[in-house]
Design a protein around this ligand. Structure first.
Ligand code: SAH
Length: 214
């Protein structure tokens, strides 16, 4: 259930995110709307509105709200955008994006997480989200091309398949690099095989792994 108390806690979280430098009113509004506590196990519900990453099933984590807001701000979702998220996890980032775009595809490699989160997003009424079970390293060619792609796991390099599945003018947001702390990259597809990369800050993520887990 989502109560006035939860809404109050979300407003405080929004203030924290503003203090930490998040400026997009649309992103802050999405954070104020999505009930993060419903994407967590009961044991962690009380901590849902702290600006912290928390454990979810299958040894994964729900990203820190600041990271979700930062990545969403970089994606800059538009009402006409078709977006692919790689790394469904809890479904929280998907829910935040869904309110800001036309259609959100999200792909998860772990079947247990995929099944749980697909059910949850459906129950909560996120009709713009289509949940997929597969290896996000390969993207989702059946639904490509996308206006934007966001990866929510830490990559060692930028997978070519994801760049291929962007529209010209489209952008890929991906934490990437060989060290444990990743650089947040925004890669813009400027022409069919031309790309421009910008780097924004350092973040820690669970690893982006190839292959599926059944
Ligand atoms: N966006 C999520 C973050 C979850 S953590 C949230 O808001 O909760 C990152 C997720 O990426 C994990 O669930 C992990 O299983 C998944 N992941 C890692 N490599 C992947 C891949 N190749 N394809 C799809 N999902 C992947």
């Amino acid at each position: 259930m989502d109560t006035y108390r939860h809404k109050g806690l979300r407003q405080r979280l929004v203030s924290t995110l503003i203090q930490k430098g998040i400026t997009s009113p649309r992103v802050l509004d999405a954070i104020a709307q999505v009930p993060r506590h419903l994407f967590l196990d009961k044991a962690f519900e009380e901590q849902a509105y702290k600006d912290k990453a928390l454990p979810i099933a299958a040894n994964q984590t729900i990203s820190q709200p600041y990271t979700v807001a930062f990545q969403t701000q970089l994606v800059d979702p538009q009402p006409s955008d078709y977006i692919l998220e790689v790394g469904t996890g809890s479904g929280y980032q998907a829910a935040v994006l869904a309110g800001l775009c036309k259609k959100l595809y999200t792909i998860e490699r772990q079947k247990t997480l995929y099944t749980r989160t697909a059910g949850l997003l459906n129950r909560l009424g996120y009709v713009k989200v289509r949940t997929l079970y597969g290896d996000g390293y390969k993207g989702a060619p059946k639904f490509a091309p996308f206006d934007k792609i966001i990866v929510t796991a830490g990559a060692r390099e930028v997978p070519q398949a994801l760049l291929t599945q962007l529209k010209v003018g489209g952008q890929l947001i991906i934490p990437s690099g060989l060290k444990e702390t990743k650089k947040m990259l925004r890669v813009t597809k400027t022409a069919e095989s031309d790309y421009e990369t910008e780097a924004y800050g350092a973040f820690k993520f669970v690893p982006f792994l190839e292959g599926m887990v059944s």
